[in-house]
Write a protein that binds this ligand. Structure first.
Ligand code: GLP
Length: 260
């Protein structure tokens, strides 16, 4: 992986609707640039307005079913598809079903295989077989994680099983409504995510303001895995007013390389 810096753009939304529109526009533009280019998608709360806007456009006939392979980003270890809290089920509910993507068009990363190591290698090979990643739509963990690449994760972090950090257990507790959050995740590696041509990082809420600033203006560090996203050719940050407060396009667009 080279340590080149690509272009970076900050798009700020002042409402959920605007957030959804900006995110959906950015995704559609990336799809138009490279029809068929594999797309990896985060779940979590943040992308929901974006997925709903895409679903609305699809329902109106303005957007077809994506013609690209869809790639699962992460999953809890030990959680079956039948569990409504599984990340795949979340992706299915919010994206695959509304956009009429067939399950056969999805590259899965399962948390329930007998051999996780083999599952990770199968997943990487399946992504490589479709020509690698074109687009990654990622959320930002409160500790700077992307997918389940928990700190410390460097730019060569592989697709793997990881113990979830205390911060992730705490922030994901709201998805689990009082039940115990699984203690391990399986995630596409940071190295694979950094191989995408385009990353759209969606970030919302004042509680993400500091970590967003560190991710896009601070030094690269395994302690902030998202800080490496500036290496991809095109990084688009879609943030709401609260997360973006105080951040400017000049700050994120005028860097000259890693470590600054
Ligand atoms: C979770 C997921 C990530 C997600 C992130 C942010 O732990 N593993 O894929 O992007 O945290 O989630 P949210 O958007 O709900 O804040």
């Amino acid at each position: 992986m080279s340590s080149r810096a690509g272009e970076a753009h900050l798009l700020v939304a002042s409402s959920d609707e605007a957030f959804g529109r900006l995110g959906a526009d950015a995704i559609q533009a990336a799809w138009n640039d490279s029809p068929g280019g594999a797309t990896i998608l985060a779940t979590g709360w943040t992308p929901i307005p974006v997925f709903r806007e895409l679903a609305t456009r699809h329902a109106r006939g303005e957007l077809g079913t994506p013609g690209c392979p869809i790639v699962q980003l992460d999953e809890y270890v030990g959680v079956e598809d039948s569990d409504p809290r599984s990340l795949y089920t979340w992706l299915d509910r919010e994206f695959l079903t509304p956009l009429e993507v067939k399950a056969s068009g999805v590259i899965r990363l399962r948390g329930t295989t007998a051999d996780s190591e083999q599952e990770c290698r199968r997943f990487d090979a399946a992504v490589a077989a479709v020509g690698g990643l074109h687009l990654a739509v990622l959320g930002l963990g409160p500790n700077g994680h992307v997918g389940f690449n928990e700190p410390p994760s460097g730019p060569t972090a592989s697709t793997r099983v990881v113990p979830l950090s205390p911060e992730s257990l705490a922030s994901n507790a709201r998805y689990w409504e009082g039940a115990e959050v699984p203690v391990e995740g399986i995630t596409a590696g940071l190295e694979l995510l950094l191989s995408a041509d385009v990353v759209i990082l969606v970030v919302a809420g004042a509680h993400k303001r500091d970590i967003l600033r560190r991710s896009v203006t601070g030094p690269e560090s395994p302690e902030v895995p998202a800080s490496y996203l500036r290496r991809v050719p095109r990084l688009i940050v879609v943030a709401d007013d609260d997360a973006a407060a105080g951040l400017t396009q000049e700050e994120i667009g005028s860097r000259s390389g890693p470590g600054i």
